[in-house]
Design a protein around this ligand. Structure first.
Ligand SMILES: C[S@@+](CC[C@H](N)C(=O)[O-])C[C@H]1O[C@@H](n2cnc3c(N)ncnc32)[C@H](O)[C@@H]1O
Length: 302
C-alpha cells in the first residue's frame, strides 16, 4: 500500500473511532511507523509501505483507538523547541506551560538583581512538581549558568525527568529531589516555579478520555477546589525564597483571580499573565512582604 493511501485509511479509522484531529493524528502515527520527519513524509507519499511497517501502523492505530495519547505511543513530546521522552508515569507537557518558561526567562533578563546572582554564584531556581522535567530542562538549556532544583512527590516521574535531563545534557545542573512541595529544597532560591495539579476533583470525570484514562491522577487532581497544592505552596514560598525572589505559578481556567489574592498575602507585586488563547494562566509574585519574611523565619503561616 502507498503511504498516501495508508494515511487516508488511518485517518478515516481514527475519525470513525471518535479521535479528534484524525488527519494530524494519522500523520503522527504514520511518521512514527516510518521514522520520518514531516518534510520527508510529505515528499514520500507515493512510496510503498513494507509488510512490517503496515503491521506496526496497525498496532499504533489499535493503541490510539483506545484513546491512548499519541505522545505516549510515540514516547515523545515537543516543549519549548526541545524533544522530551514521555510515558504514562508523567503528564504530557502542554503548550500553555511554555508561558511559565517564557516569563522566567523575561524576568531573569530584565531584573538586575537576578542578573547579578547569575553572574555571581549563579541563579538558583526550583521547579516544583517537575513531572517529565520539561520546565526545568528548558530553563537549564536556556540559562546555562543556572542551577535548577526539580522536585516531585512521584518517584516514577523523577525517573522520567532523569531521562530528559541526560538527553539534554543538563543532569549536572538539575538536581532531582523527591518529596512534598518545597520540603526537599536544601536552600532558599531566587525563583520558584510550579505547574502543580489544579483540576478540582468534581471535574476529573469531565476530562477527555486521553487525559482521564492515561495521565497520572497525581498530576491532575488538585483536591475539592483544585487549589490544595497551590495554596500550600504559596504558604511555604516566602521561607524558601531569597530576598528579592519571585514565585510563578500556572493555574487553571477561572483560578487566576483567587490565586492572585493568595499570592498578594505574601508578595507586594502580583501579576497575572494570559496564554495565547487569552486565558489568565500564570500568576507571579515579587517583593516578599516584611511580615512574610518574619513569619517565614518563625515558620508561621497567616
Ligand atoms: C500538572 S503536573 C506538571 C508536570 C510538569 N511540571 C509539566 O508542567 O509538564 C504536576 C506534577 O506535580 C507532582 N505533584 C503532585 N503532588 C505533589 C506534591 N505534593 N509535591 C510535589 N509534587 C507533586 C505530580 O507528580 C506531577 O508530576
Amino acid at each position: 500500500m502507498k503511504v498516501g493511501q495508508a494515511w487516508k485509511d488511518a485517518s478515516a479509522k481514527l475519525a470513525a473511532g471518535g479521535i479528534e484531529d484524525a488527519l494530524m493524528e494519522g500523520e503522527l502515527l504514520l511518521r512514527q511507523t516510518l521514522k520520518m520527519e514531516r518534510s520527508e513524509f510529505y515528499s514520500g507519499l507515493s512510496g510503498e509501505l513494507t509488510t512490517s511497517e503496515l503491521n506496526r501502523l496497525k498496532e499504533f492505530l489499535t493503541q490510539r483507538l483506545t484513546h491512548k495519547p499519541s505522545a505516549y505511543i510515540r514516547h515523545v513530546k515537543e516543549f519549548y523547541g526541545l524533544e522530551f521522552y514521555v510515558d504514562e508515569r508523567v503528564l504530557i507537557p502542554r503548550p500553555e506551560t511554555e508561558l511559565l518558561v517564557e516569563k522566567v526567562l523575561e524576568m531573569v533578563h530584565s531584573r538586575l538583581t537576578l542578573r547579578q546572582a547569575q553572574g555571581g554564584e549563579g541563579l538558583l531556581i526550583a521547579d516544583i512538581g517537575t513531572g517529565s522535567g520539561a520546565i526545568a530542562v528548558a530553563l537549564a538549556v536556556n540559562l546555562p549558568r543556572s542551577r535548577i532544583f526539580a522536585t516531585d512527590i512521584s518517584g516514577e516521574a523523577l525517573e522520567v525527568a532523569e531521562i530528559n535531563c541526560r538527553k539534554h545534557g543538563v543532569a549536572d545542573r538539575v538536581p532531582l529531589l523527591s518529596g512534598d512541595l518545597l520540603t526537599p529544597l536544601p536552600q532558599p532560591v531566587d525563583i520558584i516555579i510550579a505547574n502543580l495539579p489544579y483540576v478540582p476533583d468534581s471535574e476529573l470525570l469531565n476530562l477527555a478520555p486521553e487525559v482521564r484514562w492515561y495521565e497520572p491522577r497525581l498530576a491532575l487532581s488538585g483536591g475539592p477546589d483544585g487549589l490544595e497544592y497551590i495554596r500550600r505552596l504559596i504558604d511555604q514560598g516566602p521561607a524558601k525564597l531569597k530576598p528579592g525572589g519571585a514565585l510563578l505559578l500556572e493555574v487553571g481556567m477561572g483560578q487566576a483571580e483567587v490565586v492572585a489574592g493568595m499570592v498578594h498575602r505574601y508578595f507586594l507585586d502580583v501579576t497575572v499573565y494570559s496564554d495565547l488563547a487569552g486565558i489568565p494562566r500564570v500568576v507571579g509574585g515579587e517583593g516578599i512582604t516584611q511580615m512574610s519574611l518574619i513569619s517565614g523565619c518563625l515558620n508561621l503561616t497567616f
